[in-house]
Write a protein that binds this ligand. Sequence first.
Ligand code: F6R
Length: 610
Amino acid sequence: MCGIFGCILKNGNAAPIIHTSLKCLEYRGYDSVGIATLNNGQVNIKKDQGKIDDVHHILNLDDLPGSVGVGHTRWATHGAPLKVNAHPHVDCSGQIVVVHNGIVENYAELKESLENLGHTFVSRTDTEVIPHLIEETQKKNPSFTFTEAVLEAVKKLAGSYALAVISANEPDKIICARNESPLVIGVGEDALYCASDLTAFLPMTNKAVMINDGELVILTSGGYEIRRIADFAVVVREPKVIDWTPEMAVKQGYPHFMLKEIHEQPATLRNTLRMQGHYLDLISTFLDRANEVFLVACGTSYHACLAASYMFSKLAFLPSYPVYASEFVEQHGKSVNIDSTILAVSQSGETADMLGAVTCSQQRAATILGLTNAIGSTLTRVSRVYIGQQSGPEIGVAATKTFTSQLSVLAQLAFRLSNKRGKISQDEMDYLAEKMEHLPQTVEAIILTQEEKVKQLAKKYRDAKIFFFLGRGINTATAYEGRLKLMEIAYVPSIAFPAGESKHGPISLIEPGFPVIFICPKDGVTHKTLIGNIMEMKARGASIISIIEEGDEEVKALSDDYVEVPKGIPEVLSPIPFVIPLQLFAYYMALEKGVNPDMPRNLAKSVTVK
Ligand code: F6R
């Protein structure tokens, strides 16, 4: 999730405005920053790795001539957070300049064919193919205008993009295009802007034009023109006056980052489906060859590991051991060895307990693999192979979108492993792959149809002193995660167990009205047994709140309250949709309690002490 910005001014220098606007977008990523301007047929670029203030301190980002320019603040996805990978990126001639937010899925194929045509690449980014593609299009079609060349080039891109392109040959315009990454145009008195979001230009103008997927925009000092990419048809759209404060704009109108991030999950899940297959393959090869596999993490990331141990076992027949990172050294420090493989999962890539487990394993010559949201973090530096989970920055302290992204990546690893090991029929794999592709829509539907219901549930149960979360099989992990969210965000003491364990002790807590949340997917063999567990609780007067599949009349009839997710979700993928109502429940319970869900007391986003 990077931030892009561009502006065309009637008078004055663009660079200081781009610099200030990028600061407003820094929450979208801060691995590197870059600005390019056009002046007298010359492209001027300053860029480097690091936060905007640090780079500005060394390079003086304001000191670039010209009234037209673009800028970028980066959240690394392809390529480490180094200067060479910082945007803007240029073509061979250095005349065509691109900033981009998104993931070009087919960049490897495009890069190969462009290299065969003589193009030279300097970075490891997917973005760099775009200026070269535009250059190549112009070379092949000398009569094309700059706009036509950009249009033809973007038609060849698969994946997501919001991009802004400038060219020294037509220095009076910026061309932007959008597919599945946000893009908005700002219309000022003496300037036009394009940006990843409103925050960037709200101090200058509150007149905005939202751009839709499949649209291209030509900005000149005289105005903006929107065209459909597919057929170049003109789209007429007037600017709207936005009455958001800058703070509301950063949260895109949501009252809290946590809610914004819960709502972002359809998009972040879509991003995980664009993972680089090469890295998934590499990691699954290491897992396949390992003698013993430990899945090591803390908190929410540990819950993802727990779910992954079921996925690996069920789909690939690979035994793996999820371990709390804080316990790893005590539990396995003496036995971990050259034949062990550690898959460390960490959103931040900096959690001290996780790094402690990794260091211990490294000293004993184990193989370290990483899954993280922070490319360039310590975990990426110590891993033999790592994979970025592509969630974009998560600002709310509670992990939400990063949890479902981790689950999605781990499920894809399980699919690859399964393929390698030939344990599952092709038909079943195809079925699972199709369901996986559909998950973003499933999650979208849950948020759309169930949020209000969950909100009402929070009102109903706001005074409950304690909650029980129960699930079976892979959804033990979902129950743990639901409990953690409710405790950390709304400060409601909660207990979670595998449902089968509840009768071995915890059930003694139950008295009339005690709320018990059951996670009840329909697929798999756990459904029937879970009904037995619901009966046990109900017989003792518990209030049953169930998360069920649409049309699960049996569980519905036993429940005091229920939340529904769409039908037909395979068991191994079920934690992804089933956790969504639990995230929303924690959020609305926090609001009921009058506490700020973005900043729970005593917690930090990245726990760098043991
Ligand atoms: C819970 C939460 C924490 C983190 C844990 C690990 O909402 O965010 O439990 O999951 O501190 O952090 P990472 O994944 O950064 O290692």
